[in-house]
Design a protein around this ligand. Structure first.
Ligand code: DQA
Length: 280
């Protein structure tokens, strides 16, 4: 019988061969080889195949992306600096017509403004930023199957996750989120930004929570927003901001969180990935 194993391409752009030696305060100490090994073992767990490519050269990346057409079922792409200006890479993704997830090791929204712009995002199915090697792992999970639960790895896994939003979230988000949380032995506590005790919890009750998921789709008052930003920035809890394609981007809240997940058309998708990230 013909082998039906799905295959995915992991593509790294310029300077990522320098990971481990390059700006450790921003990118951490993990080498590219170590990140690839982590992706490889996640691929084994998901029973898919992955191949890896790194180049410092825009043309080589274009050629490699073109060749992904019909060869793989999806691409995990960290185009590094090319993300912010390469129309050639954007065209290559469109030409390849393969689902592509844009990833970044660092949270680009905490950095210079030119890094907040991605010319690739409109042709990618989503963007995951700031979670180091976990950005790649979530991207692979997003491509393979969003229903794949992960098993909590931390021995003393906390049992609660805070879900913060401006207005109550739709059932199409919260229902799958609660189901996934139950599989992970977690409880999701939903709260609105404006509840004062939540701001307090972010600072003083951190032992109770595994992390925070922040819905940034709905507009909130600027005063509310700055109080929340400050609380998130000062909190020791890992936090992940979620944005959807329809939403106005909220770089201020994006920069207050450790990681950012945007794009992903399926409304619940980003939230499920965030849960996976918090239990890793
Ligand atoms: C990067 C962020 C880019 O802005 C930068 O040019 C990189 C790496 C990241 O993974 O955080 O080289 O893509």
């Amino acid at each position: 019988m013909e082998c039906m194993t799905k295959r995915f391409a992991v593509v790294h752009g310029p300077n990522l061969n320098m990971l481990g030696q390059r700006q450790a305060s921003i990118y951490g100490r993990q080498t590219l080889a170590a990140i690839n090994a982590e992706i490889e073992s996640e691929a084994e767990r998901l029973q898919v195949e992955v191949d890896f490519f790194q180049s410092n050269n825009e043309g080589e990346l274009v050629t490699h992306l073109q060749q992904c057409r019909a060869r793989v079922q999806g691409v995990v792409l960290n185009a590094a600096a090319y993300t912010h200006y390469s129309i050639a890479l954007r065209d290559a993704i469109s030409a390849a017509a393969v689902s592509t997830v844009e990833v970044h090791i660092s949270n680009v929204y905490q950095r210079e403004e030119f890094r907040h712009i991605s010319v690739l995002a409109p042709v990618c199915i989503g963007q995951i930023s700031g979670l180091h090697s976990t950005s790649y792992i979530l991207a692979l999970q997003a491509l393979v199957i969003d229903e794949t639960p992960v098993t909590p790895t931390s021995e003393n896994a906390k049992d609660k996750v805070l879900l913060l939003s401006a207005t109550p979230l739709a059932l199409e988000v919260t229902k799958p989120l609660h189901t996934r949380a139950a599989q992970l032995q977690l409880q999701v506590e939903e709260h609105l930004f404006k509840e004062a005790e939540i701001i307090n919890d972010l600072q003083n009750n951190t032992a109770a929570y595994a992390g925070v998921i922040v819905a940034t789709d709905k507009q909130m008052g600027s005063e509310e927003s700055s109080v929340l930003q400050q609380a998130l920035t000062m909190s020791s809890l890992p936090s992940i901001a979620i944005g959807t394609p329809a939403a106005k981007k909220s770089p201020a809240l994006f920069s207050a969180c450790r990681g950012v997940i945007t794009g992903f058309d399926n409304t619940a998708h980003g939230y499920l990935l965030a849960l996976n990230a918090l239990v890793r």
